[in-house]
Write a protein that binds this ligand. Structure first.
Ligand code: ATP
Ligand code: MG
Length: 334
């Protein structure tokens, strides 16, 4: 099937489940989204809502116990579900790259930064030893690592959290990917370093015209970085749309809850940690509630919410969608 030219990644009705002792755990349910060249899509949601496994499915890095299906799962014109290993390997790392959630565990502690970066360059571009080294130095400089040549000899444990993250970014962008999946790229970092890393990602995006899927539980980061947002709850998309539209006109009570923890710009992030979060817990995948998955935590729950899981409804021409029986009234109008 030929896709519209401008869509880079198209995911339709993605389902991910895991075989387990407690039966099949259906972790991602009918998730659909698109990513366009050069844009940033923010995926936000609490811990366990399926952000990482969605990106691992795109990278084909889920364990063998995972079952992945979708009615449409395409990168450009290539079907990610049916391509062979060779085609997958070509896409992974060269067209789609990922910064993993934990940089400390994604860098191999036994090898120097230079070795790990140069292996990636060698794999994708080849070249003489000198050329590969020069490219590695250039990449480390580009991601803001001072004394890059000396740093090539460092081992991961000799780097700070921010430096490790920069090295991970250098490895990810080595092949100039068209899509970068950044899974919680700044969570472990303090606030100043976080701002630097986000600004680095912004600069690289412009330079390479690279699309970014930015995954985070921090809606403030998405608000700052993304054009569009997808809010996930318990493996489902509960609201999506242009970031300004969703923030100003949130329709889903869960999005409202996430936004309540968004500090005003004067507040520091340290303050936010003390702000109240949404009461209650995400559903146990082996024991999902009937109806809307958010209904046990929702302050607007009606009978229908306990009976039927709602379909998505659309709110404007910019594809602002919400999965709720009782969407919130227009914020601007109230
Ligand atoms: N290998 C696995 N086997 C069984 N269940 C799994 C496996 N990997 C993930 N899950 C489950 O899938 C769900 C989604 O996990 P995922 O790691 O994608 O969450 P997340 O949104 O990235 O959370 P976090 O913000 O904590 O990183 C969770 O309930 C998790 O327990
Ligand atoms: Mg995760």
């Amino acid at each position: 099937m030929i896709l519209e030219k401008e869509v880079l990644l198209k995911v339709e009705n993605l389902n991910i489940s895991f075989e387990s002792m407690r039966g099949d755990l259906h972790a991602v349910r009918d998730l659909s989204f698109e990513v366009y060249p050069g844009e940033t899509l923010g995926i936000v949601g609490e811990s366990g809502c399926g952000k990482s496994i969605t990106s691992l499915a795109i990278m084909d890095l889920l364990p063998a116990t995972a079952k992945v299906d979708a009615s449409h799962f395409y990168f450009k014109n290539q079907n990610l579900l049916t391509m062979n290993e060779k085609e997958k390997a070509k896409i992974r790392g060269s067209e789609i790259a990922m910064i993993f959630q934990d940089p400390m565990t994604s860098l191999n502690p036994s090898f120097t930064v230079g070795y790990q970066l140069m292996e990636t360059i060698k794999l994708h571009f080849g070249g003489s030893k000198i050329q590969i080294k020069e490219k590695a130095i250039h990449l480390l400089t580009q991601v803001g690592i001072p004394s890059a040549e000396t740093r090539l000899k460092s081992y991961p444990h000799q780097l700070s959290g921010g430096m490790s993250q920069r090295v991970m970014i250098a490895i990810a962008i080595a092949c100039k990917p068209k899509l970068l999946i950044a899974d919680e790229p700044t969570t472990a970092l303090d606030v100043t370093i976080q701002a630097q890393i986000l600004s680095l990602l912004n600069d690289l995006q412009k330079e390479y015209n690279m699309a970014i899927i930015l995954i985070t539980h921090d809606i403030a980061v998405v608000a700052q970085m993304a054009e569009r947002i997808l809010v996930m709850y318990s493996g489902e998309c509960v609201e999506a749309g242009l970031i300004k539209e969703v923030i100003n006109n949130r329709k889903h009570p869960y999005t409202e809850g996430l936004l309540a923890s968004l500090p005003s710009s004067q507040n520091s992030r340290q303050h936010r940690a003390k702000l109240p979060s949404i009461p209650g817990l995400v559903p146990d995948l082996a024991n999902r509630p009937s109806g809307c998955q958010f209904n046990p935590r929702c302050k607007y729950t009606a009978n229908i919410c306990k009976e039927n899981n709602p379909d998505h409804i659309s709110f404007d021409s910019n594809n602002h969608i919400v999965k709720c029986h009782t969407p919130l009234a227009n914020q601007e109008a109230t």
